[in-house]
Design a protein around this ligand. Structure first.
Ligand code: FE2
Ligand code: FE2
Length: 202
């Protein structure tokens, strides 16, 4: 079941850190989607109702911590940037999954369990889609846009045929590289595989 504590936490981080023009309109848009009840993945990390919101908070915390520990970035990235990047890097996953019932065998008995599958409503890509959706309501700095755009690192499907831009972006914008690391840490360290235990929350 969806737990409202993630939504409340998300909104309080947003309100405390983001004061940019368009911030309210952007959050109104986010609330009009299924962002706060969507899973973070169909069957891997945080695949429970509210998992996308929980994952976004995890990435925000990991990124904040990584920047604090990186001498070349410490004190140079605003709390506003960290909140925007962490909380909205996966905005592309809003209105992206749908639920269905799957037959599974539990203790030798077939039962129906709710599951998720991908149902992309606006196939624009991943990080680039998050950037595009945010820019409809609120401006981003070049650094924030770069960090959100490339947060998947080499897992981005655009890199499959080779994408030298990603490495160039990481050299030029170290924040983009740390965002990728924060995303990976949240996914693989904070959130378990096929995790439906909402208490396993960073
Ligand atoms: Fe992502
Ligand atoms: Fe992510």
């Amino acid at each position: 079941m969806m737990n409202n504590k993630y939504k409340e936490e998300f909104l309080s981080i947003w309100r405390n850190n983001v004061h940019r023009e368009g911030a309210d309109e952007l959050i109104k848009y986010v609330s009009s989607t299924d962002f706060f009840i969507a899973p973070a993945s169909s069957q891997y990390h945080s695949s429970f109702d509210g998992g996308l919101c929980a994952h976004s908070i995890n990435v925000y915390r990991r990124l904040k911590d990584l920047i604090e520990k990186e001498p070349s970035l410490k004190g140079k990235v605003s709390d506003e940037s960290i909140a925007i990047i962490g909380l909205l890097h996966d905005l592309c996953k809003a209105n992206f999954y749908k639920t269905y019932f799957r037959n599974v065998k539990e203790d030798g008995v077939w039962v129906q369990r709710q599951a998720y599958k991908i149902n992309e409503t606006y196939p624009f890509g991943h990080g680039e889609k998050s950037v595009y959706l945010i820019l409809k309501y609120m401006d981003l700095t070049d650094e924030e846009a770069m960090a959100i755009n490339w947060h998947m690192g080499a897992y981005d499907s655009r890199t499959m045929g080779g994408a030298p831009q990603m490495g160039q972006a990481f050299y030029k914008y170290p924040l983009a590289f740390l965002t990728h690391i924060a995303d990976s840490m949240a996914t693989y360290l904070d959130e378990g595989l096929n995790n439906d235990d909402e208490n396993n929350f960073f």
